[in-house]
Design a protein around this ligand. Structure first.
Ligand code: NAD
Length: 315
């Protein structure tokens, strides 16, 4: 068991001081992932102040015993570490670009972007922050809402060693840390991971739907594949937990998945290794995103494929 699995009452707060000397942590973005992560800090006794633009999210954090600020700038004022768990690079840039936030970010503060973002934009942002004496670490996560609750996420950490060392005790509250390299590298790994995950889910769904039409029982197929070489997170987790029962409630939005896939496909293009399979997968997920409601869960890709299946040639 990693240190991250220690229960509340440990010393993460004491070891989490920013270079500015403050143990206080600002947590901006209390959504499906941010709320359970911020709640872990509260339970561990870390002095965390949360903010979200959504009043429901703010109320949920307050109900869990968290201190809530009425703006990002107010949460950040006095914090040695600022954790962001926001939808994408655009939102991260707009939060940090707010003049009141910029004024509240003291030199010596460390910003940890745990959102899934675009690596090139993260690098550019880190340079702008460095000019103001503010350090940046990217630390996106994998594991979904369930592992955010239990503190068993995979945390992909990019940044300079000294900056990472300052926030490591805090990040261990969320799961197991994996150093990926310099700033932006965590975001690169995260996007590539999700391109693989989304493509697995797509081909798993195609295969299971074809099998069902052939007369196979999808639950039985999953059982066999999970003891065979076709297994993946989609066969072991997503299909059994969210697709077969028809709940489609993993807590990870379809549009957020598509955002990550596009980041990865762009990255491959930028390094001169275009991902043809990835681009095809993006095209399918894009059509699904255009047709499904804004809050559709990413596992709904399986239902959408089923609903758009052409008629059986035998029919
Ligand atoms: P979410 O939409 O549930 O939460 C995002 C939160 O950010 C919302 O509560 C929203 O109100 C808030 N927000 C938006 N703009 C804001 C602003 N300007 N100021 C303050 N708050 C603002 O999304 P999520 O599922 O929690 O995902 C967050 C990030 O983590 C995304 O980058 C996502 O890709 C990534 N991620 C999600 C999962 C998952 O399973 N849900 C897993 C791994 C990574």
């Amino acid at each position: 068991m990693s240190e991250a699995h220690e229960e509340a009452g440990g010393s993460a707060g004491a070891g989490a001081a920013g270079a500015g000397g403050s143990d206080a942590v600002a947590f901006v973005g209390l959504g499906r992932m941010g709320l359970p992560m911020a709640c872990r800090l509260v339970r561990a006794g870390v002095p965390a102040v949360g903010f979200d633009v959504g009043p429901v999210a703010r109320d949920a954090f307050a109900a869990a015993g968290g201190a809530v600020a009425d703006s990002a700038a107010a949460a950040i004022a006095g914090a040695g570490t600022v954790i962001l768990m926001l939808p994408d690079s655009g939102v991260v840039e707009s939060v940090l670009g707010d003049p009141q936030v910029a004024a509240a970010l003291r030199p010596g503060t460390t910003v940890v972007d745990m959102s899934s973002c675009e690596p090139a934009r993260t690098r550019a942002l880190a340079e702008r922050l460095a000019a103001a004496g503010v350090a940046m670490v990217d630390a996106p996560v994998s594991g979904g809402v369930a592992r955010a609750v239990t503190g068993e996420l995979a945390v992909m950490v990019g940044g300079q060693d000294a900056d990472v060392a300052r926030v490591e005790p805090l990040l261990k509250r969320f799961g197991t840390l994996f150093r990926s390299g310099g700033i932006g590298s965590g975001h690169a790994v995260k996007a590539l991971n999700n391109l693989m995950s989304a493509t697995h889910l797509l081909v798993t769904s195609e295969a299971l739907l074809a099998g069902r039409r052939f007369g196979l029982d999808p639950a039985r197929v999953l059982e066999i594949v999970n003891a065979s070489s076709g297994r993946s997170g989609s066969t072991e987790n997503k299909w059994p937990r969210f697709v077969l029962p028809g709940s489609y409630d993993s807590g990870f939005g379809l549009r957020l998945m598509l955002k990550d896939m596009r980041i990865a496909v762009d990255l491959a293009e930028q390094v001169g290794l275009p991902s043809r399979l990835g681009a095809d997968a993006v095209a399918v997920w894009t059509r699904a995103a255009q047709e499904l409601p804004a809050d559709a869960d990413h596992t709904e890709i399986a239902r959408w494929l089923d609903e758009h299946a052409p008629p059986s040639p035998a029919a």
